[in-house]
Ligand binder design. Sequence first.
Ligand SMILES: Nc1ncnc2c1ncn2[C@@H]1O[C@H](COP(=O)(O)OP(=O)(O)O)[C@@H](O)[C@H]1O
Ligand SMILES: [Mg+2]
Length: 260
Amino acid sequence: MTSDALVEASIETVGHQVTPFPVQEPETKCVVGWKGGIGKTTLAQELAYLDDGVGGDMDWSKGGLSKGWGYNEETRTGAPLIEAFENDRTPKPLRGGPRKPDLIPGHSTFGEFQPSPEVVKRSLIRWSEELKRKITWDTHPDACPSTHGALAASRVAVVPVILQTREMASLEHLLQDISDYPLLLIPYMVPKSVPTWHKDELKRLAKKFQVPVGPIVSEYKWVGVRRKRVAICSEPVFKKEELFVEQMKRVHQAVVRYGN
Ligand SMILES: Nc1ncnc2c1ncn2[C@@H]1O[C@H](COP(=O)(O)OP(=O)(O)O)[C@@H](O)[C@H]1O
Ligand SMILES: [Mg+2]
């Protein structure tokens, strides 16, 4: 075990035992996109962490928030999210400790069991109120009932935008579908140089659909190969992570200020 992993493991153990859940102004928000691999899960995890909040996992595809957090459904007997909807009961988040957000874990079968948008909307709002927590929901990359429910429940829905041709065509579809929700576009994984066409296309779409564009997050090669489960924004922040953390904190501020 590396010293990093050892520190991580001990922080988790101590964190679970001693820190009580904070009491917060309840709030529901989500991260959405009609494509996989665009940064939804990373944004959901980091924004939930910066809130000192809860990450909720409504994506059932592999490699999502729960797995990245260290939750293994294979070693668990239940499916907390599915049971919460089925029994109309508020799920109890798992404690993340000082370096991870708390977690309402998802399940690989949630796609088959997701309730109607109306039920999802009502439940998500009630859960954040009952838990007195800020909850950021990661969503499935489809216009499915649970994503529509999350959108309807959210004060703000963050949409990562990849400045590439196909991704921007997919963004236009998304905006045609859901620009009546309170969206915030975040140019994400932005490379060092972006062709003018893609910048102009983002401006065109933002103007056409009247959707605000927030601060950017650059592309960092090390993010994709990172194996740690703790939030990137959690202390200690290593030198190479500093700019990412700065950018993510600016995104978080834009999310906090959204609509105010
Ligand atoms: N800012 C970034 N720069 C480079 N790679 C990133 C960045 N953010 C996330 N990634 C990586 O990109 C991949 C897709 O990100 P992820 O958050 O899983 O997207 P999604 O949830 O939309 O599928 C992952 O391998 C992730 O580690
Ligand atoms: Mg994801």
